[in-house]
Design a binder for this molecule. Structure first.
Ligand code: FES
Length: 91
């Protein structure tokens, strides 16, 4: 199925690019931009992005590496610790 009409990218192209990137580096963060680059193309109108992302999400190799998960939650916990420390030091 054609996903990107401007650049003639199919769902099979997207899955192949994701599988290739995951095989090359198990810790890489795979983004739509990286998929375009891996296919040697650049996006044009961007109208395909919702379908492009949906196709990417269907690939089981799209998992986010463990060390990059919950970074926002970790930052929030650090912020709370910093605020608690600041409050106790001002008293
Ligand atoms: S349809 Fe993909 S960039 Fe236009």
């Amino acid at each position: 199925m054609i996903v990107c009409h401007c650049r003639a990218i199919t769902d099979r192209d997207i899955h192949a690019a994701i599988d290739w990137m995951r095989a090359a580096d198990k810790d890489t963060l795979i983004t739509p931009g990286k998929v375009y680059r891996a296919l040697g193309k650049t996006p044009d109108c961007g109208g395909c992005l919702p379908l492009f992302l949906g196709t990417m999400r269907d690939n089981p190799n799209l998992d986010i590496p463990m060390q990059l998960r919950n970074l926002r939650a970790g930052a929030t916990q650090e912020d709370r610790a910093c605020k608690a420390t600041r409050k106790s030091s001002t008293i």
